[in-house]
Design a protein around this ligand. Structure first.
Ligand code: NDP
Length: 330
């Protein structure tokens, strides 16, 4: 028997989450059984712990969109017992039972061997949010971003995606401007490597101007909404925005077409969920190489399975700082 956070739905449609004992027979069928060591709390986990918002297909459900651990049993030649693995995406924790469980059973295709230089806890301090930041930086580099081009903007900077993006870009030698709605997090963001702090209000006011002064050499945007509308107008000529999330809303407002036509700005959509194996492996190897582990440690807030119902609500309110790492054996 082992413990898991199980979310179930009442007859009246209300969801409730509780730590329960399960057996291996309860797990879904798939090739690889993993003893999960760490998982994390992402925005989608907040949705899945609560009413689901269409993400959860069937109840009862075990959320947790990412995890790292050790293979316990495998019907696939690529993995053997004792291998250290990491999983992100593929709708695990949404359509398939996920990482808020001491054991998980998943398809071999969804796993990545843990790269040298990262342990399972560090891999989850990075997690889906950090992998997405790495994929964003790689996309910006593929579109020409290099250190020395000017400040790179990171929105939602004190959140999970933002914190890793700030640390990663700074360690790669970029000047980093961090946008936050939490002025009290300035010291935290400067410690991660931000050289400039931009108040959220400066970028959420909608203006009718078709373009503004060219300020940013690149952007990792976790917020969208009004902020993305403003940021697009402030991008330097020929630069790119990696759009990752919509913590600030799905609608982009303002005179939108001008940055694309008159400044050749690129809007790159980044999705970590369906990334093919080769991309995920390349991104994890670069994380192990490029992300300073002392900065990663500064982002971590530890948690246990029983903390998750509250943390799921906190992340939806934008109140979580950095990365929450759930220790499945605590
Ligand atoms: P977090 O909640 O950790 O961070 C989001 C941050 O956005 C907050 O900390 C806050 O930063 C800022 N924010 C929140 N609400 C608003 C608002 N109304 N207006 C402006 N800023 C706001 O979430 P994550 O970093 O984990 O995820 C961020 C987004 O990225 C989510 O939409 C998530 O679903 C998405 N995502 C997408 C992935 C992909 O593959 N494309 C993968 C992972 C996440 P501050 O307090 O500093 O202002």
């Amino acid at each position: 028997m082992f413990n898991a956070l199980v979310v179930d739905k009442d007859d009246d449609g209300k969801t409730h989450a509780a730590v329960k004992e399960l057996s291996l027979d309860d797990l879904p069928h798939a090739e690889v059984t993993v003893a999960v060591e760490y998982s994390t709390v992402n925005y989608k986990d907040g949705l899945c712990i609560g009413p689901g918002g269409g993400l959860v297909r069937n109840y009862p459900h075990v959320p947790g969109i990412d995890f790292a651990g050790t293979v316990e049993a495998s019907d696939d030649d690529r993995y053997k017992p004792g291998d250290k693995v990491v999983l992100t995406g593929w709708r695990v924790g949404e359509a398939h039972w996920g990482g808020y469980s001491q054991k998980a059973r998943v398809k071999a295709d969804w796993l990545v061997p843990l790269p040298k230089g990262l342990d399972t806890r560090q891999a989850m301090a990075v997690g889906t949010a950090g992998l997405t930041s790495m994929l964003s930086v790689m996309a910006l580099e593929d579109h020409g971003l290099e250190p020395g081009h000017g400040p790179v903007l990171v929105t939602g900077a004190a959140g999970g995606v933002g914190s890793v993006a700030v640390a990663l870009l700074a360690s790669l030698g970029h000047e980093v401007a961090a946008v936050t709605g939490r002025p009290e997090q300035e010291a935290y963001l400067r410690d991660l490597g931000a050289t400039q702090i931009v108040a959220r209000e400066e970028l959420t006011e909608v203006t009718r101007k078709p373009l503004e002064s060219e300020l940013w050499a690149g952007c990792v945007d976790a917020v969208a909404g009004a902020m993305l509308g403003r940021v697009l107008k402030q991008m330097k000529y020929g630069t790119s925005v990696a759009a990752v999330g919509l913590a600030g809303g799905a609608a982009i407002e303002g005179a939108l077409i001008t940055p694309f036509i008159l400044r050749g700005v690129n809007l790159l959509g980044i999705d970590s969920v369906m990334q093919p194996f080769a991309n995920r492996q390349r991104a994890w190897e670069r994380i192990a190489r490029d992300l300073p582990m002392d900065k990663l440690e500064a982002m971590v807030q530890p948690a246990t399975l029983s903390d998750l119902p509250k943390l799921g609500g906190d992340i939806l309110k934008g109140q979580v700082k950095g990365r929450v790492v759930v220790d499945l054996n605590a």
